[in-house]
Structures are given as structure tokens and as C-alpha cells.
Design a protein. Structure first.
Length: 267
């Protein structure tokens, strides 16, 4: 981590990085609301002169090597964990402001108030004027729920030794565990709703095809194989993931057949 931070500090376009006396931000607490009250996350808050300068650093050198092996050290997260926005030159954004930007990005997608490297926005004219004709700067916030006790991959960068969202509290009681599971279940249901919307659209597109096109056994086998591969780096049992997905797909196939039937019989 120190090597990556040092490389970032020397990168063209770098302005500022949140850090404590230790030289990094591993002691900074934030995003507890997103990890069931845990602080088992690594917060990275920096400012840059442009999206180009930030992109050049993110997708090169040691930082890119770490990103390629992030599954070894970090729990996957379904929602956005990185947000960008513009601030006046010389500003030092806080973790609280960064949390608000991430919430905004999750609710509304990329906008001028919070965006991503893939879909970014130019600095607003009002902000440039406020900065006294000094170029505004671009904060970049990312946070990752980290794992504990992972073996260091051969040839990889520094090992993460930070706690995960599950074990961040050394001795959680049953109530805390159930609350954490409830938060996860809420996210799962939301994602199921998003998946259902796509399944219903697929059913409408297949209205002129037979039932075999809906059941698509080859597609089911491909999905199951992919989910089993994703299970291991996510810390999940491939067998449990397969059983869950077979039940999930079977339920969605029934739903798609209903949509398919409705579309076929409609005038």
C-alpha cells in the first residue's frame, strides 16, 4: 500500500491525499452505514487536476496490478463504491462529503454532482468562477470492504491486513449478526427486482419463439458455470451458489413463460 500511495503522490496531476500521521488512511473510519455498522473498509480519498490525470494513474503501474487482484483482498460490492465530483482549487473534501456523493451516485446514477471515470462531467462554470479563475480540482473517493487473513498471491502487491465487513467486530452477538444479514437481504431483493425487469423484457422479445427458447438449457448451464467460478473469489460455496441459482433461474423461467404466454395471446 505504501508503494502504491508513493507512486500516486508522484503522479502528474496529483494534488492531495487523505492521510493520518501513519501516512495512509487505514485509521479513517467511514461508510459504517454500508457495511452493517462495521468499519472494515479501506477509504481512499484524493484530489486531482483532471479526469485524464486520474485515469492515467488508476489504469497503470502498481495501482493497476492491485486492481487486477482486488478479488484476493476485497469483498465484491454490488453498488458503486467510487465517486468523483468537482471542488474549488485548494479544497480538502471530508469523508462525510464523500459518503454523500456515493449515496447520490447510487440513487441517481452519474450526474454533475457525482460521477465516474467512465461517465464524467466537466467542471461547472460557476465553480470555476468561484475558484477565482484557478482551475477546480477533482476529488476521487473509493472504498473497499476488505478481507482478513488472505494469503498473498505470488508476485502480487502488498497484502491487505484489514478486517472484513463480517469480522470487523471481533465478537458480534446474534442480534448484530441478524441485523447484518437483514441489510444483505435487502440488497439481494433489490437486485432480484432489477433482474426480474430484464427477464420480463426477454420474455417479450421471445413472444414469437417456442418454449424451448425460454427454457434455454444451454444458457442455464453457462450461467451456472459462471456463477460457480465467481463463488470462490467471493468467499461463497460453489455448491450453495449453484443450488440458489438453479432455484432462482427456475422461478424466473416460470415468470418468463407467463410473460411469453401473455404476449402471445394478446390481440
Amino acid at each position: 500500500m505504501n508503494e502504491v500511495n508513493a507512486e500516486g503522490d508522484r503522479a502528474p496531476g496529483f494534488v492531495w491525499r487523505l492521510q493520518t500521521e501513519s501516512g495512509n488512511a487505514t485509521d479513517v473510519e467511514g461508510f459504517g452505514w454500508d457495511v452493517a455498522g462495521s468499519h472494515g473498509v479501506i477509504v481512499n480519498l484524493t484530489t486531482w487536476t483532471s479526469t485524464r490525470a486520474l485515469s492515467d494513474f488508476v489504469f497503470s503501474g502498481r495501482h493497476l496490478a492491485i486492481m487486477r487482484q482486488r478479488r484476493e483482498w476485497f469483498h465484491p460490492v454490488a453498488e458503486a463504491t467510487t465517486a468523483l465530483w468537482w471542488v474549488p482549487a485548494g479544497a480538502r473534501p471530508s469523508v462525510e462529503e464523500a459518503e454523500d456523493r456515493v449515496r447520490h451516485l447510487r440513487r441517481r446514477g452519474p450526474t454533475e454532482n457525482a460521477f465516474t471515470l467512465r461517465r464524467h462531467y466537466p467542471a461547472p462554470d460557476a465553480l470555476t468562477h468561484h475558484a477565482g479563475h484557478r482551475r477546480p480540482i477533482l476529488p476521487r473517493l473509493s472504498f473497499e470492504p476488505s478481507r482478513r487473513g488472505l494469503a498473498k498471491p505470488q508476485g502480487a502487491g502488498p497484502k491487505s491486513s484489514y478486517t472484513s465487513r463480517v469480522d470487523a467486530r471481533p465478537n458480534p452477538d446474534l442480534t448484530e449478526i441478524r441485523e447484518a444479514i437483514n441489510v444483505i437481504d435487502e440488497r439481494i431483493v433489490k437486485l432480484i427486482g432489477e433482474r426480474q425487469a430484464w427477464v420480463e423484457q426477454a420474455g417479450r422479445l421471445k413472444r414469437n419463439q417456442g418454449e424451448d427458447a425460454v427454457r434455454a438449457p444451454a444458457r442455464v448451464d453457462a450461467v451456472i458455470s459462471r456463477m460457480r467460478l465467481l463463488a470462490v473469489p467471493a468467499g461463497a460455496s460453489p455448491e450453495v451458489v449453484e443450488r440458489i441459482y438453479r432455484a432462482l433461474i427456475a422461478s424466473f423461467v416460470d415468470l418468463e413463460l407467463e410473460v411469453h404466454s401473455d404476449e402471445s395471446t394478446s390481440p
